[in-house]
Design a protein around this ligand. Structure first.
Ligand code: FES
Ligand code: FES
Length: 177
């Protein structure tokens, strides 16, 4: 038995579960982790990748705070096993700004509109909004509310968030900033 196999066996014995190697891209960087098969993508993003911008609220698929993009689609990372991310392209909130730190238009718009208060929900809303505007660059107010209805906010009453999305639409269409 090789050292690697011995280490894996020791880890599996200690944890009582199987260990898997997973490779994926996160925010453009190729990443490989060796994790217990039962661990969620959200935990691996936060703890192994040290990308703590992805927040955890309910941890059972209700609040949307943990939303990341998986191959461009908004996904609740608390409901996804890290092993399911094999070969996928993951984008987290840390991946939205440009390399020089320039905010993504959705981030800029939300900041301009004072979209959030405590901002615990903001990473999930921002990722969901980026996906929404990718699919539908000019949504109506009703479409924005419908598409973001899976994200919960305990502070704002949602109007300021909708205002922020509408501002992002204008920025992304090249309108006034
Ligand atoms: S933490 Fe994932 S949906 Fe609430
Ligand atoms: S701003 Fe506080 S939960 Fe949304």
């Amino acid at each position: 038995m090789t050292d690697t196999q011995s280490s894996r066996l020791a880890a599996e014995t200690a944890t009582g579960g199987s260990i898997v190697d997973v490779s994926f891209t996160v925010n453009g960087s190729a990443t490989s982790v060796t994790v217990e098969a039962r661990r969620t993508l959200s935990d691996v993003i936060r703890e192994d990748c040290e990308l703590t911008g992805t927040h955890l609220g309910c941890e059972h698929g209700v609040c949307g705070a943990c939303t990341v993009l998986v191959d461009g689609q908004p996904s609740r990372s608390c409901l996804m096993l890290a092993a399911q991310a094999e070969g996928r392209d993951i984008t987290t909130i840390e991946g939205l700004a440009g390399p020089d730190g320039e905010l993504h238009p959705v981030q800029q718009a939300m900041m301009d509109a004072h979209g959030f208060q405590c901002a615990f929900c903001s990473p999930g809303f921002l990722m969901s909004t980026v996906a929404l505007l990718d699919e539908n660059p000019d949504p109506t107010s009703e479409e924005i509310r419908e598409e973001l209805s899976g994200n919960l906010c305990r502070c704002t009453g949602y109007q300021s968030i909708v205002d922020g999305v509408e501002r992002a639409v204008k920025i992304m269409k090249g309108g006034s900033k």
